[in-house]
Design a protein around this ligand. Structure first.
Ligand SMILES: [Zn+2]
Length: 345
């Protein structure tokens, strides 16, 4: 799990300014880090927690990375820290089954069902138990919930009272890319901490350090969100693939996205539709370089495709037949693109 290191290095370099700002501006015992996915919300939440728990914070308020508390945090064994995430995220975050929290052993092992995408009430009840114990190291007790929109309604309601009247040194950091979907009663109890897209040069340097070729293409493809760009690159999506995508779809190469997970493929098509609508209106493209796009002249046809894609995105996690769905979406895009572009495109 990510933390502020011994040398004081932040897990993501662009968090320095927003972190310092948040630490200095925090008036509430509950913060809600909000903004787009893929810019480091969880890292931000964890760094806030580590800084509050740190026993020798810097003048900026940031954790020192070297004290006993920081070492406990780095080794994920700080007694005053609790992270609540859906089971479905545990593996990708490198959390062991040992940390699985409140689930009873037998139950957890017997269940072969898919890990939940929700933070459930059991986890919140276990957190309430944690909250009642005096802080072992006397600095603070911190609970991070990520992503906060995965709290189901029962769990959110169980959280409310403690969020409103926390005991002693208890503090919360919620992080969400969909704060509008949180219960208003949860939202109103938290101080919002906006986390926007990082500065482009910083994001490009970070991607280049991680071996991403043509980081500018992938960063644009991902709307400026560097963590998503890194993930795409690690999943084998090269800049070339992205640049060729519009023309391959215009040629109705339905297999072009067959290796992509369906939600990501639909997201890519939505970005293409957005860019074709933008350029048809004479606006600059956002996700593709202008010369990678066919020259669309009829935004209405592309609006129709965008609407079809929006509908498809709602069911993207559970398509009945992924290949058929992608063939159909690419085919519709190709037909509408033919309507939208000039002959010479
Ligand atoms: Zn420290």
């Amino acid at each position: 799990m990510v933390s502020i290191k011994e040398d004081g290095a932040l897990p993501l370099p662009w968090l320095a300014a927003p972190l310092t700002h948040a630490l200095q501006q925090a008036r509430s015992h509950a913060l809600l880090v909000q903004g787009p996915e893929g810019v480091g919300q969880l890292e931000m939440a964890l760094a806030l927690a580590q800084s509050w728990l740190c026993e020798a914070p810097l003048s900026t308020g940031l954790a020192c990375g070297r004290c006993v508390s920081c070492h406990l945090f780095q080794s994920r064994s700080h007694p005053d820290f609790l992270l609540l995430v859906p089971d479905a995220l545990r593996e990708s975050l490198g959390l062991d089954a040992d940390d699985a929290g409140p689930a009873k052993d037998g139950e957890a092992k017997a269940s072969k069902s898919k890990p939940s995408r929700e933070i459930k009430v059991d986890a919140v009840r276990a957190m309430l138990g944690f909250a009642q114990v005096t802080a072992a190291r006397g600095r603070a007790k911190v609970v991070v919930l990520f992503p906060a929109e995965s709290l189901n309604t029962v769990a959110a309601n169980a959280l409310l009272k403690t969020l409103e009247e926390p005991t002693g040194l208890l503090r919360f950091v919620l992080a969400s890319s969909a704060p509008e979907s949180l219960l208003p009663t949860i939202r109103s109890r938290c101080q919002p901490v906006p986390l926007g897209l990082p500065p482009r040069e910083q994001a490009l340097a970070w991607l280049a350090e991680r071996g991403v070729a043509s980081p500018d293409v992938l960063l644009d493809a991902c709307g400026g969100r560097p963590q998503q760009a890194l993930q795409w690159s690690e999943d084998g999506i090269a800049a070339k693939t992205w640049l060729e995508l519009p023309r391959r779809i215009a040629r109705n190469e339905t297999g072009v996205l067959s290796d992509w997970p369906v939600p990501r493929a639909i997201e890519a098509l939505q970005r293409l539709a957005t860019d074709l609508i933008r350029t048809a209106h004479g606006a600059p493209s956002a996700y593709f370089p202008r010369d990678a796009l066919p020259a669309a002249r009829n935004p209405d046809a592309m609006q129709e495709w965008a609407r079809i894609l929006r509908d498809a995105a709602r069911h993207a996690e559970h398509p009945l037949n992924a290949n058929l769905l992608m063939e159909s979406l690419v085919g519709q895009g190709q037909r509408l693109m033919r309507v939208a572009v000039r002959k010479d495109a």
